[in-house]
Structure formats: C-alpha cells, structure tokens
Design a protein around this ligand. Sequence first.
Ligand code: GDP
Ligand code: MG
Length: 337
Amino acid sequence: MSVDRNKLEALLKWYRQEVGANLIAAIIVNREGLVMAAVKGESETEVEEDVIAGVSALVEPVLTRITEEFSSGAFGTGTFDTEEQRIIFCEAGPEAIFVTVLDSIAMVDPIFPYAYLAAEKIARIFDGRTVSPVIPKLISDHDTQKIERKVDKLQKIKVKSGEYAYKLILGGEGGVGKTSMVHRFVENAFQTDYKSTIGTSIMKKECDFEGLDSKVRFVLWDLAGQAQFKRVRQSYLSNAEAGILVYDVTRKDTLDKVENWFSEIKDVSPNISLILVGNKIDLTEDRVISTEMGEAFAKKLNLSYIETSAKTGENINDAFKMLALQRIREYVFTEEV
Ligand code: GDP
Ligand code: MG
C-alpha cells in the first residue's frame, strides 16, 4: 500500500492549526496500530518522538476495542478520557484510525467537526483519491465558547432578503447512502469552486430556483458513523432546520428504523423540515420496498417522499431542492404573508 504520507502530514498540520492550544498530538494509525503520520501540539515542549511514542503506547490497548466496535461502520468515533488526556478516535475509512489527543481540560464537542473533517480526508488520501489537505477555515480562534457561537452563526445566517442558510442533517441507518448522497449533491454542481471541501463532513451548497427569487444555502452536516453515540448525535442533530431521512430500498430494516430517527430528530430540533428518501433504486433486482410502500410510510409521518440513486445521481438534486422549497414554504413565505 503506497499512501501519500506527505499529504497526511500536510493535513495534520492544518488540523493542528485549527484545534489550537489544547492539542497534544494528532496521529494517524493503521489497523495494526502502526503510526502512519503524526504531529505534536503547538504548546508541547518535549521532543516529538517522545510524545508520539507515549501516545502510541496509549492507543495500543484500545485499538483492538476500537477495531471490534467500529468494524461495521465507515466512520466510527469514540472518546476516551485518561487522567491527563482526552482522546478522540475517528475511523478514517477501512484502513486508518485518526487519533486526537487533547489535554484533559479541552472541550471535545467543538473539536469533533474538525476531527470528522480530517478523518474523511484521511480516508480519501488512503483511497488514492484527490483531496485538498486544507481544512476549510470555519473557525479562527481557540476560545471554545466563541467557536460554538461561530459554528452556530454559520449554520443560520440570513444572508440578505431572499437568501437563506440552513443547517441540514441526514438521518438513517449506516450504509443507506447518506454520505454518497451528500457527495453526489455537492460535487455535481460545485466541481470547480468547492473542490477543497469535497470529502469533508461539513459542506456548503447553494440551491437556486428558476422563476423564484429565493436562494437557499445549505450547510450540510454528515452524521457519519458516530451515530451510535447518543451524546455526539444530539449535538449534531440540534439547531437543524432541514433534514433528510434516508433508507435503503433493498433493506427493510432501514425503513423500520426511520421512525426512531424521525422522533429523535424531532425531539432535538422540533421545527425542522424533513423529507423521506428511499435510496439505491438502481439496485432493481434487490429491491424489497416498493414505491407504494415508501409513499405509505412517508404519509404516515406526514413527510414528502422521493426516491434516489446516489450511484447514478437520479433525483439527488431534486431531493435537496424539494427540501429547500419545503423549508421556504413552511418558514419563510408563511411568516411574511
Ligand atoms: P452512509 O453510511 O449512510 O453514509 O452510506 P454510504 O454513503 O457510506 O454508502 C454505503 C454504501 O452504499 C457504499 O458502498 C456506497 O457506495 C453504497 N451506495 C450508496 N448509495 C448507493 C446507491 O444509490 N446505489 C448503490 N448501488 N449503492 C449505493
Ligand atoms: Mg456516512
């Protein structure tokens, strides 16, 4: 395997800059626990090798557990606290695990988005896909409260009349195609301008509508595999204005679980606009949920319904546009009438 280590290191340097003073070290290990790339924090005074060696020793015993627990999802995440450190593990694709070591006073939540962002980029680097090592500059200072406020602002700035920005989340079981849908949606229209954000967990995309004066900008939060951790999930689901519930038309269990996702999301973000999406319709042979069944289910939850294939791209743009229109209709037009 010939992974581009220079790219990994460039990425880690950006990561260090974004996380700031609380970072002790950031390390990329492979599934055997071998260090592929590492940086120490800005304020660390010890020699780099010592820090990295210390952290590697720390990582080793939990690595087995991580690998077992997250073997099913693509981006599992976990946090562990020791007396002196707080550690965030993110699965970075099938081959690597991204480890962030913070000092014990650090707040983990504001750092999570960056860890995900970095983990997805690492996965792409391992995949040999093109990826910018630059983590988009969402946050420029290290005061965690300010960071939270800024992220919050980013989620719902009213740019100017007729232009709206919404935080969009995706709910649904692992493997139904959420990440694929987001990538398909973002890459198709912003191939030139948005290259640096492709493959990240937080992405932006605008929707224009012909014959309509409004523009909707989505800030897409891809929940990824950390969904099994309720504490993490809640902070991601909160303050969301728009959401897509996704199931896989070839797996009945994923439709059964939609109801749980629906109520959990509604609990955390009661005013969210939601739609239901049946994905993977290109797999006609394996399909077990018919359009009628999907529609009936959506009707029961009072949701709009659309079927997509992230693989062929069918209806992907329309799904997001449908959601944008629904949001405008529910919360903009009605308020102003
Ligand atoms: P997530 O866990 O919901 O984010 O799902 P992913 O986007 O990671 O997709 C899980 C798997 O399903 C991947 O192997 C995708 O390539 C595949 N996949 C996603 N969408 C489609 C689709 O529309 N059709 C087919 N055939 N495969 C898909
Ligand atoms: Mg995903």
